[in-house]
Design a protein around this ligand. Structure first.
Ligand SMILES: [Zn+2]
Ligand SMILES: [Zn+2]
Length: 139
């Protein structure tokens, strides 16, 4: 069981079960969402996410590959908790921002299986050993 929260503490959530995947994403949308070079993500089945407190608000915009990308964020402080997307590979899953997970179980345990949107990885950031890399999304 993972627990997580937002910057202001209003949003609290639990995640049950196993992670489906772990990945970092260098896409241009993830720069905006994180305000940084990439996002660090846990992919989880949608039904494993439970909101305990607070209110999540949604915003949908076009990803640079044309799909609809929706962010779910704390309505009070704006911290993005998870993303969903209209692409087939994201059906039934939520892509959780690992930095919102508490108790040393988030980014600390987020060494990725894959690195996505390598075409936008900034050149000062070294490549990760033993991680499958994709220029865009897999497939
Ligand atoms: Zn908040
Ligand atoms: Zn991304």
């Amino acid at each position: 069981m993972l627990t997580g929260s937002c910057f202001c503490g209003n949003v609290k959530y639990n995640v049950s079960g196993e992670l489906a995947d772990k990945g970092i994403c260098h896409c241009l949308s993830c720069r905006k969402i994180s305000g940084s070079t990439y996002t660090t993500n846990f992919v989880i089945p949608e039904s494993n996410f439970s909101l305990i407190s607070g209110t999540l608000k949604q915003c949908t915009a076009k990803h640079e590959n044309g799909m609809d990308l929706t962010i779910n964020f704390c309505q009070n402080c704006g911290t993005t908790i998870y993303k969903t997307a209209s692409l087939d590979m994201f059906a039934g899953v939520v892509v959780l921002l690992a930095g919102t997970v508490d108790g040393g179980q988030g980014v600390e345990k987020a060494k990725p299986n894959s690195e996505l949107w390598m075409k936008y990885r900034v050149d000062w950031l070294p490549s990760l050993e033993g991680v499958t890399q994709f220029n865009e999304f897999p497939g």
